[in-house]
Design a protein around this ligand. Structure first.
Ligand SMILES: [Zn+2]
Length: 355
């Protein structure tokens, strides 16, 4: 009996402990439960301040996810999925354009001269074989395209500005994609990623000037150096300004857009200069047309980015698809691709003509 009583006493004594344990288990969820909770998508209100960028996108946020999970969310659906993939596809598009440009033969004027020489020879042979009476020899110079002194310069026309532009575009697209993928991890990661994103935008703008300026002013070294130096200094200054922690504040969206837009708009100076200098050159006019179209794409991108349309009219309706940032990303790729087409014209212009 005594043993039973002791057992009951012990059970009673243990029970409160067991109950406490149970409560404790309910209050502190298991690791896997915690992990699941951490990986669930949350609303704008539950976000920490550093992830609050657009109050018109209401749901499907990843908040402070572990780095590995943030990386794997590349293959999951959330409100950044399309932002990540649009620029990732853009990166691979520019990678393939770069590889094809690297295998592109130089548009060599010497080769063109040889071709026209062959044409002249075959024309003479044709005239003599079909008309034995013909005694008129076509003067070679009348058929051979006269490349003049430029022929010697052709081999020296470098493609580095074109490749620099392609690298700038690839860097911009890859950094943007990575920033959208990993910024949700922590405040520190977000700070680093946003700086890389700004650096990417600045590198795209600066390197866009290189083919324009280098090939347009290939025969005016003073202006070539002046414009290349100016935009590079402007870019480095913008990069330093973008390092300021305040630069990423949502309310400074207009300042960021203004800085990047003014960098782009300063391109009007060499473009107008080129058009005046080579008003009679079709290549100069074609490239100017491309540059105008590119400007339209980028300007539309700035408008969409700053106004946050269409989600401001219907908050929460464009969380997954159709939000302003996705449209902005598409417009950036369209602008960059238009400039690539202009770059092809610049390269062929100078490789054929020299200066
Ligand atoms: Zn973006």
């Amino acid at each position: 009996m005594e043993t039973v009583a002791t057992l009951e006493k012990t059970t009673l004594l243990l029970n409160p402990l067991i109950e406490k344990e149970d409560v404790k288990r309910e209050e502190e969820p298991s690791c896997s439960h915690q992990h699941k909770q951490k990986l669930s998508l949350v609303s704008y209100e539950s976000l920490p301040e550093f992830l609050k960028h657009n109050e018109f996108v209401i749901n499907y946020y990843r908040s402070e996810w572990p780095l590995k999970d943030a990386f794997l969310s590349l293959f999951a659906v959330h409100n950044e999925t399309l932002n990540i993939w649009i620029h990732l596809v853009g990166f691979f598009l520019f990678l393939s354009l770069t590889l094809s440009a690297m295998t592109m033969d130089p548009m060599n004027a010497n080769a063109m001269k040889a071709t026209s020489q062959q044409l002249a020879n075959s024309t003479n042979t044709f005239l003599h074989s079909n008309n034995p009476v013909a005694s008129v020899q076509l003067p070679m110079d009348a058929i051979t395209v006269d490349m003049g002194p430029a022929t010697e310069l052709v081999a020296n026309i470098s493609r580095w500005p074109f490749y620099a532009y392609l690298c700038g575009a690839m860097f911009c697209l890859l950094m943007s994609s990575t920033c959208h993928l990993l910024s949700c991890h922590s405040k520190h990661t977000s700070y680093i990623m946003l700086r890389l994103d700004y650096a990417g935008i600045i590198s795209l703008i600066v390197t866009s000037f290189y083919p324009l300026v280098y090939y347009s002013f290939a025969c005016s070294p003073f202006f070539q150096s002046l414009y290349i130096t100016s935009i590079t200094v402007f870019g480095v200054t913008a990069l330093l300004v973008s390092l300021l922690p305040a630069f990423e504040k949502p309310e400074l969206r207009w300042v960021r857009a203004g800085l990047f837009a003014s960098m782009g708009l300063s391109g009007l100076v060499p473009i107008v200069h080129k058009t005046i200098l080579y008003a009679d050159k079709p290549e100069a006019l074609i490239t100017t047309c491309y540059e105008m179209v590119m400007g339209l794409f980028y300007a539309s991108g700035v408008v969409v980015y700053t106004t946050r349309a269409p989600e401001r009219w219907l908050p929460g309706k464009f969380d997954l698809a159709g939000q302003s940032h996705q449209l902005f990303h598409i417009l950036v790729i369209a602008g960059a691709y238009t400039h690539y087409l202009a770059g092809l014209v610049y390269v062929s212009w100078r490789e054929v003509e020299g200066c």
